[in-house]
Design a protein around this ligand. Structure first.
Ligand code: GFB
Length: 313
């Protein structure tokens, strides 16, 4: 990728898109193309076609998506499948028609079966049933993977798919009900500390395990993969280690400095019990995550404190 290549970052205000833009700008890329959702609604096919025909990007980071935590996935399933199918179909089709050199499509670790041998290899896709709490979202993402692979097979495009694990960092959504666990816990512990509450409520049993990847590591991996020429094979992106939700809660509690108790609300779903990714394909290409969970939680809490007026949620 030349530093003057025309690069469209779809979803540049979101968690991943904003990290990719930060990283591209840092690395001296000067020709970034971005649109807010009010400037370009990616669910509108004609608008997306017109945009691609006019702007003719060379590279596309497809980081625009409807995303959310376990509760949001369970509560708004039609949005999670419908919006994602529309965005990805429109962008991927327009990228093919206008001759985009390479496109990176972001999937998610929830595309893999609920009961999966651990750590999860890319080839376990579609070998068993999905986790019900996020099946509609996962089916949209699986359709996106197949769409990219099918274009590559039929049209010789270079549409690369990557599967990150649970992402977090600056510009995350901190909504108390709809966010993912890590930002939700940062906010809950912070508010409990401010109000001198005696306890914080953690959903589920605390025993599910999750692998958390800082979004700056994710952006680093996305640029790395975009610049690889050898492969368009699907790639997992993880740190290689996971923690229980209880361990995560204790880490956040310590970083925030909350001295009360943890209370587990077992009426809330646990979701998948474990989804540690095997990222050895990506590691073999020469990429590894650098940011530890402790460090990532600390800097994300710092960001949260500095952006209290404007954070999403
Ligand atoms: O991050 P999370 O919402 O999504 O939840 P998933 C992870 C685990 O943390 C679950 C527990 O076991 C939750 O019950 N948890 C504990 C909490 N306290 C909280 C809390 O306050 N808020 C939240 N949100 N969870 C999502 C999928 O699954 O992961 C998406 O639904 C996507 O499709 C995303 O794949 C990465 O990890 O269970």
């Amino acid at each position: 990728m030349d530093t003057n290549a025309r690069i469209f970052v779809a979803g540049h205000r979101g968690l991943v898109g904003s990290a990719i833009v930060r990283r591209l700008e840092n690395d001296g890329f000067t020709n970034l193309i971005t649109r807010t959702s009010s400037e370009l609604d990616l669910t509108r096919q004609a608008d997306v076609e017109r945009f691609f025909a006019e702007e003719k990007p060379d590279y596309v980071f497809l980081s625009a998506a409807k995303v959310g935590g376990i509760h949001a996935n369970n509560t708004y399933p039609a949005d999670f499948i419908g919006i994602n199918l529309m965005i990805q179909s429109n962008v991927i089709d327009a990228a093919w028609r206008t001759g985009v050199q390479k496109l990176l499509f972001l999937g998610s670790s929830c595309i893999y079966p609920k009961e999966c041998p651990q750590p999860i290899k890319e080839e376990y896709l579609l070998t068993a049933p999905l986790e019900p709490t996020n099946e509609p979202y996962a089916i949209a993402k699986i359709a996106g993977i197949s769409l990219c692979d099918s274009h590559n097979r039929q049209h010789g495009t270079r549409f690369q798919t990557v599967m990150p694990n649970n992402l977090y960092g600056p510009n995350d959504n901190f909504h108390l009900e709809n966010a993912h666990v890590l930002p939700a816990l940062i906010r809950k512990f912070h508010e409990a500390k401010q109000s001198h509450a005696s306890s914080v409520e953690i959903w589920g049993t605390g025993t599910p395990r999750r692998e958390f990847l800082h979004v700056d590591d994710m952006a680093d991996a996305c640029l790395f993969v975009m610049q690889q020429n050898e492969t368009t094979e699907m790639l997992n992106i993880g740190t290689g280690s996971d923690v229980t939700i209880r361990e995560l809660a204790e880490t956040v509690q310590k970083v925030v400095g909350f001295s009360g108790e943890l209370r587990f609300d077992t009426s809330r779903p646990d979701g998948t019990m474990r989804k540690l990714l095997n990222s050895s394909r990506l590691h073999a290409l020469g990429w590894k995550a650098k940011i530890s969970l402790q460090e990532g939680v600390r800097t994300t809490y710092q960001w949260f404190l500095e952006n209290q007026e404007s954070f999403r949620g």
